[in-house]
Design a protein around this ligand. Structure first.
Ligand SMILES: [Zn+2]
Ligand SMILES: [Zn+2]
Ligand SMILES: [Zn+2]
Length: 491
């Protein structure tokens, strides 16, 4: 008797959202039938801090396998097959191997990581490369087959959901209020996702909305996998989508990173004969053709995305929602309070409510990474040998001093001459300022101002959803709030 309690996300190309209502009604119905005297109620699990007596009856039996899986004294996993994930191509050490290892990460893995935004894990990419006899291009052409075995695509959560999780974390920090566990987050805040998905999202949220604002953007300037590549999503790739968008030639300007990398490696177009798209990608391609047929013109991917977005927003504004979208709303923050008249909403109130729904459902699209940019503005990046250099040898002191004098305080020229970062020259002057004795009898020049480029690709701002007429709700409806909200949903 196993139920899907929305723990592990389903595998494959067709996304299924977690519908709590389905699970709880199915569970309680079955338990009702099995054991009329001892039912758990509609909640299919215990909360972490909840005490319950052991339950007795045919509905609560533990399943014990007929045969023991192993006997006493026997190594448990003796007969199990171990999965080999990676054996390097060359066993003996030679310089080629080192180069290959770098190439695997900087060429092959970068393409996969950036294209799928981390959805395909590194070990899977490695194993696939091994199965493709260590040929990058062959492996890239077929890596999308792995999507069939992976957890379903992660759809972005709505802004209101992200806000409620963020508020919960902030409140827990300030007031020492207990943080909700994953199951409670699923029950109250992010209802339409499996626990495995919520856990990943929670990590990303802390990364972008807690760690980066408090500790700064981690420096990724010297890491080739964080290069800013321009590429299409696979639906927009004119090579990947060509079997779905007939009568169009491949446009080399509109390729995904997989096809671009293949082209670079092989100097020919990727075959891409069996491209694996998930169901929402296929739906998008279908809509694209449909919109073109309707309008009688060619539309770019951008155009179609905009058209679909406008349609969705209009639908949300009209309160025409799918069941999943309903489950994503924070009802307590939708209620229009201090209404002049009770009863049916006026046109104006309907409009307000529609726009609140829209703002709540706008997807939170997080970047794959925030690009640091310290290196191009002359800073000392992570991985530089000068990162922790704060002292200078006697010889260095003379060299730096004389060069600063010679180039009249132009730290960029000094740094070019010394093959170090301009920031290091600035560190030197901080340590040996004008009044320091090393400058006696030498001419000191103040250094030039240096413009520091800010990182780019920050995560979007999540609105607070606090309105003049509304009190601040956290998404967990108290009985009174819930009643009000329910009433508000009806009219
Ligand atoms: Zn940096
Ligand atoms: Zn492509
Ligand atoms: Zn073909």
């Amino acid at each position: 008797m196993f139920y899907n309690f929305g723990v592990i996300p389903p595998t494959g190309l067709q996304r299924k959202w977690f519908d709590m209502r389905e699970v709880s009604s199915k569970k309680s119905r079955e338990i009702d039938n099995l054991n009329k005297t001892d039912r758990v109620g509609s909640r299919p699990y215990l909360m972490a801090d909840e005490q319950k007596d052991a339950r007795i009856g045919p509905g609560f039996q533990v399943e014990i396998p007929d045969e023991p899986t192993h006997s006493f004294g026997q190594e448990e996993d003796l007969n199990r097959e171990k999965e080999t994930i990676w054996i390097p191509e060359t066993v003996e050490y030679d310089p080629k191997e080192v180069l290959e290892a770098d190439q695997i990460r900087h060429v092959y893995w970068t393409a996969i990581w950036q294209q799928w935004r981390g959805h395909i894990p590194f070990e899977m990419a490695l194993k696939h490369l091994m199965e493709c006899k260590y040929d990058f291009a062959t492996a890239l052409d077929s890596i999308d087959q792995k999507l069939k075995e992976l957890p379903q695509e992660m759809r972005p959560v709505g802004m209101a959901q992200a806000r409620s999780l963020l508020d919960m974390h902030n409140a827990a920090k300030k007031t020492d209020k207990r943080k909700r566990n994953l199951r409670e987050i699923q029950q109250y805040l992010i209802k339409n996702y499996h626990l495995g998905e919520i856990q990943n999202f929670r990590y990303q949220l802390s990364r972008f909305y807690y760690y980066q604002p408090t500790h700064g953007v981690p420096c990724n300037c010297r890491d080739p996998i964080c290069t800013d590549y321009q590429f299409e999503p696979r639906v927009g790739c004119t090579n990947c989508n060509r079997h779905h968008r007939p009568h169009l030639p491949v446009d080399p300007e509109k390729l995904c990173l997989i096809c671009q990398t293949y082209l670079e490696l092989r100097k020919e177009m990727r075959p891409a004969e069996q491209v694996v798209f998930n169901s929402s990608e296929l739906e998008f391609l279908e809509k694209w053709n449909q919109k073109e047929a309707e309008s009688g013109t060619r539309l770019t991917r951008d155009n179609v995305e905009k058209l679909i977005r406008m349609e969705t927003w209009r639908r949300w504004g009209d309160e025409d929602l799918t069941d999943e979208e309903e489950a994503m709303l924070n009802l307590s923050k939708l209620v229009i309070r201090n209404r002049t008249k009770s009863g049916k909403h006026t046109e104006e109130e309907k409009r307000i409510k529609g726009s609140r729904i829209l703002n709540q459902l706008v997807p939170l699209i997080l970047p794959l990474f925030t690009k640091c940019n310290c290196l191009i503005s002359g800073g000392i990046p992570h991985g530089s040998e000068n990162r922790d250099k704060w002292s200078f040898s006697g010889e260095e002191v003379e060299k730096y001093r004389d060069l600063i004098s010679c180039f009249e305080g132009d730290q960029f020229q000094v740094s070019e001459f010394l093959k170090v970062e301009p920031e290091l020259v600035e560190r030197f002057v901080e340590k040996y300022p004008e009044n320091h004795e090393i400058w006696k009898g030498k001419q000191f020049f103040p250094l030039q101002p240096r413009e520091i480029l800010q990182p780019h690709n920050f995560s979007p701002i999540i609105p607070t959803f606090v309105y003049d007429d509304a009190e601040d709700g956290d998404g967990e409806p108290s009985s009174k709030k819930a009643k009000k909200a329910k009433k508000a949903r009806k009219v």
